[in-house]
Every structure is written in C-alpha cells, then in structure tokens.
Write a protein that binds this ligand. Structure first.
Ligand SMILES: [Zn+2]
Ligand SMILES: [Zn+2]
Length: 208
C-alpha cells in the first residue's frame, strides 16, 4: 500500500495520458497529423512561371487544426510564401486536391487559372504535364507521393524539351523538408505540435 501511494502520482499521469490518447485517437487526431511529406511543382504559361509566392497561396500557420473539422486546405497546401514546396498532411491527396485548393483546374487539354484565364490547346500552344521527368497525359487523379515533382507547361515547347531541359527548373527540396517540422501547427511548430507528437509517440509505443 505504501508503495502504491508512493507511485500514485505516476499512475495519475499515466491514466491522464491514456485518456488523452483515447480522445486523440477517436477524434481524428491521427488522421490529421499522421502523414506529413512534401513534393515539388512548377507551372509555366507562355514561358512565364506562375507566381505562387503570393500570400493567398500560403496556408495561414494558425489555420492548421489539430482537432475538429478537417478542411480541404488542411490536407495539402503551401507554407510561408514558398512557391514550390507542397506540404501533404493527409492520406489520399491527389494533384487535383492541391490545385483545386488554389482555385486552379485542369484536364488533358484545358487549364483554368485562378485569375479567370482559360488556356486550351491550339495550333501553337499545348498543355503538357511532366511528372518525375516523364510526360503524363493528365495527373488529375494521381496521388501525390513523397518527393514527386510535377511540371505543368502551357506553351510551344515539345514534350522532349520539357522533360529533358525545362524539368530542371522544378525545385527538388522535398527530401530536405521531409526532415523538418511543418511551419503549420498541423505537424510542427508550437503547442499543438507538442501535443500531437506526444500522442504519436504514445501511439508508436502502444502499437509498434
Ligand atoms: Zn511540411
Ligand atoms: Zn502544413
């Protein structure tokens, strides 16, 4: 009994952690913060790189939620005005999910930009997609995987010119970002990050 009392405070902490873990696990905390990886992209229209460094394309740091409703923009976004490093925070995120979050739509032959401009294939210009150095017809439904690199180009360039040369312009820093904490509280930063990593470690200890 004496021993039990001596260790009581540890039991209280343990039970408290277990309760927190239970709520975190059952209320979707897992789904929010488990995956966190990165990919790169670039989008060119008529030889000009589209500028994704504007504030409107970056997810507000406070916008990442550790609890409650999951919004489309929480799943995949840019951070800190970095124009070409995509942060993926959820399973099953496609390229479509990312571009749609930024009000950009496309299919094989048509590109609709967030400024309202529409670009379609014609005698001079073609819409082309290069994924990891390979021309693809339409990455619409393709899942974004870690370290993927996508070039979207509307212009006069041939598929060869794009995959052999222009693809070099797509950044290649996903690996580096994979090793860092996320700037959003979703998987890095402050407060929520501490809680969520504590819970994730507890999860690992219990199940792996
Ligand atoms: Zn990130
Ligand atoms: Zn994020």
């Amino acid at each position: 009994m004496k021993n039990f009392l001596k260790y009581l405070k540890y039991w209280v902490v343990f039970l408290l952690l277990l309760t927190l873990y239970f709520f975190w696990y059952t209320h979707g905390g897992m789904g929010h913060s488990a995956p966190h990886f990165h990919a790169n992209f670039a989008l060119y229209i008529d030889g000009k790189r589209y500028d994704f460094s504007l504030d409107k394309y970056s997810q507000d740091i406070a916008g990442c939620r550790a609890w409650g409703t999951l919004y489309a923009k929480d799943r995949v976004h840019l951070h800190e005005n970095n124009p070409d490093t995509i942060h993926i925070h959820h399973d099953g995120v496609t390229w479509w999910d990312f571009f749609k979050n930024n009000n950009i739509l496309f299919n094989e032959t048509l590109l609709v930009m967030d400024d309202g401009n529409i670009y379609t294939n014609n005698e001079k210009n073609t819409l082309r997609f290069i994924l990891n150095w390979e021309p693809v017809s339409d990455p619409y439904n393709v899942l974004i995987r870690t370290k993927d690199r996508l070039l979207i180009n509307y212009g006069t360039e041939s598929a060869d010119e794009l995959s052999l040369w222009k693809f070099l312009d797509v950044s290649d820093n996903a690996e580096e970002y994979n090793k860092k904490d996320d700037p959003g509280s979703c998987s890095g930063g402050h407060g929520a990050w501490f809680f969520s990593s504590l819970m994730q470690n507890l999860h690992k200890i219990m199940w792996h």
